[in-house]
Write a protein that binds this ligand. Structure first.
Ligand SMILES: Nc1nc2c(ncn2[C@@H]2O[C@H](COP(=O)(O)OP(=O)(O)O)[C@@H](O)[C@H]2O)c(=O)[nH]1
Ligand SMILES: [Mg+2]
Length: 465
């Protein structure tokens, strides 16, 4: 028996906005590897001889709740109908060890993935910025997404400061009122489809896992009860006019303390794990961006550099020397990540002849030079982690359509025209609307879900090409 016993382990940074399909992607990939069927999941003639998922916490992170998600998707173990996994609230780690066999040649592989709430990505900008730098960095982006609300926020914040000044009240005491003002601004950003840049992310994925409501109205109703940061150490970005105001120094310091606690507890552990990744797998949810209109597109675009910077910058702190060092290292193009996979998910919702468009759109979102990065190998692909549709023909017109089960039952999906490039002109939300289908996960727990192109990605990750 020929065996390559050195474990070939690969750390995969699975990133993407909230709802881009990370948890489903990971669950289906694990299912297809753990219960590998060489007929449906092509690994170039390799078979999975043995697969084991670590069940203990690693690197201080809890294990990915694979069995729970698997059972949800399969309508097994007490779930009345198949359902997509619930929104992710915590960070967890999946570590899969595989023994692969091809004609008595053996390979040992180890894949590690971090599953995180997509909302946390909006906090990545904190990783190498002081509170003030973060706040100043954020302001123009927020203003771009909702200019009127941004101006109102700045005016109201300044009015609070002036009133405290006139009443000779301690400006530090304005903290809760300012956080409340910021939350009102956040409600508008949410309505403006700028969810991707909403930060601190606990405003969308609270640490206690409570649900925040998906419609703008339901979300706005939950907001007042959510802490803006860690409970007891709340903070929010401040308009520049306050940051620059000499009377606001103590307030800025108090927010900086809350920010620092939040950053150390929530952001840095995740970012440090991601920095040591070998492969970055970025789920670019092209379908949702198209459906969300220009604003959703702009929000993702604003977020992308922060995501990709994680793989480039180093944690050198805010000191002058630290910044110089980071710059020097940038210039040397040193990076751990050797491969960036831009993956357009949910390809099953797109008619087969338009799936190439998804790939082109995923690639073109990152057309700008700075994001071409210093990663040697950048590829764009599309996949459906779970294939929920099948081709069908519309009776009346004879047109090719897709059939799937939706919340209202099985039927044809609405026709969808994916453009070959991002629309040159503004496009409103809903122009490229699509319906979310339900998972057709087999009920048998050891039968992996059907997929599309997920095996291509598995081959890349397992280095079987
Ligand atoms: N049709 C289809 N829908 C998917 C697929 N993957 C994810 N989805 C949809 O995207 C939603 C969000 O997926 P999830 O993995 O929870 O996203 P996350 O927030 O990035 O972890 C799911 O509830 C599904 O509606 C897929 O492969 N095919
Ligand atoms: Mg998730």
């Amino acid at each position: 028996m020929k065996t390559l016993w050195t474990p070939n382990s690969l750390r995969v940074a699975l990133v993407g906005s909230n709802h881009s399909g990370k948890t489903v992607f990971l669950t289906s990939l694990l299912a297809n590897l753990i219960d590998h069927d060489p007929q449906t999941f092509y690994l170039r003639g390799w078979n999975v001889e043995e697969a084991g998922l670590a069940e203990e916490p690693m690197d201080g992170l809890p294990p990915f709740p694979y069995a729970k998600y698997r059972a949800e998707l399969s309508a097994a173990e007490g779930h009345p109908a198949p359902e997509w996994p619930e929104k992710t609230y915590g960070v967890s780690l999946a570590c899969l060890r595989l023994i692969l066999n091809k004609r008595h040649h053996y390979r040992l592989r180890e894949l590690e993935f971090l599953d995180l709430p997509g909302e946390l990505v909006a906090d990545f900008d904190m990783c190498n910025r002081s509170y003030e730098a973060w706040s100043r960095h954020l302001s123009p982006r927020l203003a771009l997404a909702a200019p009127d609300a941004a101006a109102r926020y700045a005016q109201a914040a300044k009015a609070l400061l002036d009133a405290a000044d006139r009443g000779r009240k301690a400006v530090v005491a304005l903290r809760p009122a300012l956080c409340d003002l910021y939350k009102q601004f956040v409600a508008v950003l949410y309505r403006a489809n700028a969810c991707a840049i909403l930060t601190p992310s606990v405003l969308r994925a609270p640490l206690d896992g409570r649900s925040v409501g998906r419609t703008p109205d339901a979300y706005a109703a939950t907001l007042p009860s959510l802490p803006c940061g860690l409970a007891g150490a709340e903070f929010c970005p401040l308009p520049d006019v306050l940051l620059d105001h000499p009377r606001a120094a103590a307030l800025v310091q108090a927010f900086a303390d809350g920010y620092e606690r939040y950053r150390r507890r929530l952001v840095l552990p995740v970012v440090s794990w991601l920095r040591h990744a070998d492969v970055a797998l970025y789920l670019v949810d092209v379908l949702t961006l198209l459906a969300g209109g220009t604003d959703a597109y702009n929000a993702e675009l604003a977020l992308a550099p922060a995501v990709l910077d994680v793989f480039r910058n180093r944690l050198f702190g805010h000191s002058f020397l630290g910044r110089q060092l980071a710059r020097a290292i940038d210039a040397l193009c040193l990076t751990h990540v050797s491969q960036l996979l831009l993956v357009a998910p949910k390809a099953d919702l797109v008619p087969p002849d338009q799936r190439d468009h998804l790939v082109a759109l995923a690639r073109r979102l990152f057309r700008q030079k700075p994001y071409a990065l210093n990663i040697p190998d950048v590829r764009a692909l599309s996949c459906a982690a779970v294939l929920t549709t099948r081709p069908a023909r519309e009776r009346a017109s004879g047109a090719d359509r897709l059939h799937a089960t939706f919340a209202d039952g099985p039927r044809l999906a609405p026709p969808l025209q994916i453009p070959a490039d991002w629309p040159a002109d503004d496009w409103p939300p809903g122009r490229y609307a699509y319906d979310e289908s339900l998972p057709p996960f087999p009920r048998r727990l050891n039968q992996p879900p059907p997929q599309l192109g997920l095996d291509d990605i598995a081959r890349l990750l397992l280095r079987l090409d």
